[in-house]
Each structure stands twice: as structure tokens, then as C-alpha cells.
Write a protein that binds this ligand. Structure first.
Ligand code: CDP
Length: 223
């Protein structure tokens, strides 16, 4: 069956603010159900990295739009796109309407026809349940308190960046969330029919178990 966005496979959408745990959950869910996984943040990070690597300004609308239109995964081979600088630049290019338009088709095609014949797709980002796949089978909006998110991201980044302060990460996340939520085009938002999952006090195992309960419940109801 094909829906309004052209989706014909099972789609699990996970949206939420930076470092809320949606990426980890998306990986666990995709492994468990044998679905393909697309971390849509890598697309925006990738575009931002290409712009920066070529000495361009992520805030320049034409430069960012051209990088998004020409974007290919090979362009970021070996690049470290997980840094906080690339994250900040990603949220700048992500506010650009032409950038989002250029990346939309790829995301929808992935959801509609997951690679390697997988029976479903898990996409995580900011606008999956609202814009990319509004008819997704199951939608989650994953949150956690800013302090906890900063701590998690610091634990992830500090080993490759000794001396990185947790307070810097905290500020960075708040700024990025504010920009992502305030932009005009496809702002970060929970879809009306999204399941809210607050992971502040949950271990990864507990968050994954909670997500599985929701997904299995939907699968049972849908036969
Ligand atoms: O991993 P983290 O939660 O820090 O961020 P990410 O998912 O890698 O996304 C990086 C940036 O890309 C976000 O701050 C957003 O500005 C942008 N993004 C977006 O606008 N829409 C998406 N579907 C995914 C990411």
C-alpha cells in the first residue's frame, strides 16, 4: 500500500532534539526488526561539512543549496562529521529551504523502498513524522533533559577531544535546539500522533524496551 508520501514499507519515525538518544534507539530498532536505518542528521552534517571543507559559509544560501543539490555520501568519506562545529553548521544549513528540498526525495525514497529489500525503514531526525513521512507506521518523539543530553554527548565526544567542557556542549545543544525549533521550514516538532518517549531517567535497554512495546502493539493491531 502506498500512502500520501509514497511510502509502501513499514516506517518507524524518530524525531527529537540533539543527543536525546534517538540515534541509538533507531539503530537498536532497525537491528531488532531487520529494517534499514537512515540517520537523516548525517545528510545535513554532510552538506555542512562539504561547505566548510571548501572554505564556504554555511549561512550563505546559495553555497549551501548548491552543496545539497550536489551531495553524495562519497564526498564525506573518512570525514569526522560528528564534531560539535559540524553539528552547529548543520543546523544553519538545515534552516535553508532549498537545502531541505534537495534532501527530501532521497529520504522519502529510502523510506518507500528501503535498501537491500529490507521490509521496513527506521528514519531519525527532526521532521520525519511531520514532513518526510507523515504517514509513518509508528512515530516517536524522543526527549531528555538538556543536562542529561549534554552529559551523554560529552561522554561521546570527549575521548577524541580531551579538554572539551561539558558546559560548552550544553550551550551548543541549547542553541542548536532553539534554531531547529524556530526555523520556518520543517521545524523540529512532535507530530500530533507521535508517542512521546522521555529518556531522561531511562537506560538504553529500558528505552528500547518501551519503544518495542509501542511498535509491537501497533504491529499487532495492524495484523
Ligand atoms: O545527533 P544530533 O541529535 O546531535 O544531531 P543530528 O541528528 O546529527 O542533526 C544535526 C542537525 O541536522 C540538527 O541540529 C538539525 O539542524 C539538522 N537536521 C534537520 O534539520 N532535520 C533532520 N531530519 C535531521 C537533522
Amino acid at each position: 500500500m502506498t500512502d500520501a508520501s509514497g511510502t509502501s514499507s513499514i516506517v518507524i519515525a524518530l524525531d527529537g532534539p540533539a543527543a536525546s538518544g534517538k540515534g541509538t534507539l533507531a539503530r537498536l530498532i532497525s537491528d531488532h526488526y531487520g529494517f534499514a536505518h537512515l540517520d537523516t542528521g548525517t545528510l545535513y552534517r554532510g552538506v555542512a561539512w562539504v561547505v566548510m571543507n571548501e572554505g564556504g559559509d554555511p549561512a550563505d544560501p546559495e553555497t549551501a543549496a548548491a552543496a545539497a543539490r550536489d551531495y553524495a555520501i562519497e564526498k564525506i568519506a573518512g570525514a569526522d562529521i560528528r564534531t560539535k562545529e559540524v553539528g552547529a553548521a548543520a543546523s544553519v544549513v538545515a534552516a535553508n529551504k532549498a537545502v531541505r528540498a534537495a534532501l527530501l526525495d532521497f529520504q522519502r525514497r529510502f523510506a518507500q523502498k528501503p535498501p537491500k529489500g529490507a521490509p521496513g525503514a527506521v528514519l531519525d531526525g527532526r521532521d520525519i513524522g511531520t514532513v518526510v513521512c507523515p504517514d509513518a507506521t509508528v512515530k516517536f518523539f524522543v526527549t531528555a533533559s538538556p543536562k542529561i543530553r549534554a552529559r551523554r554527548r560529552w561522554l561521546e565526544l570527549e575521548p577524541s577531544r580531551p579538554g572539551l567542557e561539558e558546559s560548552e556542549i550544553y550551550q551548543d545543544l541549547l542553541e542548536r535546539d532553539a534554531r531547529d525549533a524556530a526555523r520556518d521550514d520543517a521545524p523540529m516538532a512532535a507530530a500530533d500522533d507521535a508517542e512521546l518517549l522521555d529518556t531522561t531517567h531511562l537506560s538504553i535497554d529500558a528505552a528500547f524496551a518501551a519503544a518495542r512495546r509501542v511498535i509491537d502493539g501497533v504491529f499487532r493491531r495492524c495484523g
